[in-house]
Design a protein around this ligand. Structure first.
Ligand code: NAG
Ligand code: NAG
Length: 472
């Protein structure tokens, strides 16, 4: 299915940037200003031509929605400008994200080095969810990250935390459980945790330093209740951020949905049984939100699945077994060594919520691109991270791209494999090579390729399922 928006809508994205915690009213105001402009979405390859009008209230959305951070309903500054430019800009920061992913090696020693992506911030997350921390619940719009386990939020008194939003106040919470001691198992599990000092010893608080998005985050591991949906998880261990240096962090914190022991998924295991799914809305549906579902109920019954692979050295990451890629009818010849899972080198393929466009290691990408170029009429030009852009008039020649996983084939909708220039005259293959960097052995299935799909994770039964779902 091919989603196409009217070119006219792009002209209205020049909105004043705003920083606010009163998201509801401001967002509404902006929406009312823009309410004249309807988004008309043509489902070109479907039999139905659907017309969608704008959602007129961001505030009316149910709790467990996924809000694109650059979208109208985000409490954070929406990026002005046409969406293709936003994506090109965001995709330019992917290499730093890949460096981050490559750095997620489990280690016992605390990290002491400078941030890996020093000077070059990656996207500070694409999507936020609403969480309530403490009792009564303090509302935080947290970026969710499927490749990180820990959660952390700016706490009162934090040095250099984002000044635009209100931090979490432990003293205002009746259920605040204080800090976890450095001898506790949970402390040992936190990435970048400091070793327990001999003196005063086991009773000191657990602190950890993590690099994220070019910033170094310094936090104390504490406990309090959290709720995303109606249920409450008590004694949830998360980082209370004391200071940030070297860059900026998500304004209201990060929620780790990785598969390691400290992740939200693991800490809510008895309640949600290690099952969650999300559907990311189309990048073009600036106004809409996707959804996050926790637990088994409400998940699609019929869904094709592929095994999740476990890498003990990178316990947070959702590795899958990508066995090949087809471009049109051609199964692209790819040397196996570039797809094969190896826990020692970290090579293989992961599904990630924080990378913008899918990145293949160079030889794999080259093979896909060359086959794609053979089937579409050139000449080809580059645009940002994309090296295979062609006249939109040849778009109908564009072949379907299929990702083959063990036991599951994923046929990418056109919307998930092509992107248009903001002028609309060019279409580009919306994938790229991983940065030419020794650490980067990873193929990363990213956001743009996950639009309008429900991605279901089951960390108990080690499965990932993918089903088509329109969640704009
Ligand atoms: C963590 O960061 C804090 C503040 O920047 C610093 O004082 C501390 O030494 C760091 N700890 C480790 C283990 O790197
Ligand atoms: C990946 O799938 C292929 C094909 O089914 C299989 O031969 C291989 O053993 C799988 N790799 C892993 C690490 O499970």
């Amino acid at each position: 299915m091919y989603l196409r928006t009217q070119p006219a809508m792009h002209a209205h994205h020049h909105i004043p940037s705003f920083t606010t915690s009163t998201m509801g009213t401001k967002c509404k105001t902006i929406l009312f200003e823009k309410v004249l402009f309807a988004i008309i979405i043509y489902f070109i390859f479907s039999t139905t031509n659907t017309t969608k009008a704008l959602d007129t209230s961001c505030a009316s959305q149910p709790d467990l929605t996924i809000i694109p951070i650059y979208g109208k309903c985000s409490p954070f500054k929406p990026t002005p400008g046409p969406w293709p430019d936003t994506i090109i800009n965001m995709a330019s920061k992917d290499p730093a994200r890949l460096n981050y992913l490559a750095s997620l090696v489990a280690r016992k020693k605390p990290i002491s080095s400078a941030p890996i992506a020093s000077g070059q911030a990656f996207n500070i997350g694409g999507y936020v969810v609403r969480a309530r921390l403490g009792t009564p619940g303090q509302l935080m719009f947290m970026v969710f990250d499927t490749s990180t386990d820990e959660a952390w939020v700016p706490c009162t008194g934090c040095t250099s935390c984002p000044s635009t939003s209100s931090p979490f106040s432990p003293t205002a919470s009746a259920t605040y459980g204080g800090s976890i001691t450095c001898s506790a198992t949970k402390c040992y599990q936190a990435r970048g945790a400091q070793t327990c000092p001999r003196d005063p010893g086991a009773t000191s608080a657990c602190t950890f330093n993590q690099s994220y998005g070019g910033a170094m985050v310094s936090a104390t591991l504490v406990q309090d209740s959290i709720s995303l949906a109606r249920e409450t998880i008590s004694n949830y261990a998360f980082g209370c951020v004391n200071s940030v240096s070297g860059g900026s962090i998500p304004a209201q914190g990060l929620l780790g949905l990785g598969r390691g022991p400290l992740s939200f998924i693991s800490q809510s295991l008895s309640l949600y049984k290690g099952v969650f799914s999300y559907c990311l809305p189309s990048f073009r549906s600036y106004y809409f939100s996707g959804s996050l579902k926790l637990g088994r109920s409400g998940q699609p019954r019929r869904i094709q699945t592929t095994p999740l692979l476990r890498n003990p050295r990178r316990p947070s990451l959702y590795y899958v077994n990508l066995t090949g890629v087809s471009v049109g009818r051609v199964r692209v010849p790819v040397p196996r060594e570039f797809l094969v899972f190896n826990q020692y080198t970290g090579s293989g393929t992961i599904i990630d919520s924080g990378t913008v466009i899918t990145r293949f290691v160079q030889p794999v990408y080259n093979a896909i691109r060359d086959e794609f170029r053979r089937q579409v009429k050139g000449p080809f030009s580059s645009l940002g991270a994309f090296d295979t852009c062609f006249q939109k008039t040849y778009e109908k020649l564009a072949p379907i791209i299929k990702l083959h996983f063990e036991g599951m084939d994923l046929k990418l909708p056109y919307e998930n494999s092509l992107i248009h220039s903001s002028s609309g005259s060019l279409a580009c293959l919306a994938m790229a090579a991983a940065p030419n960097n020794v650490n980067s052995m990873l193929n990363v299935i990213a956001n743009l390729q996950q639009q309008n799909l429900r991605i279901l994770f089951d960390i108990v039964n080690n499965k990932v399922g993918i089903a088509r779902e329109l969640c704009n």
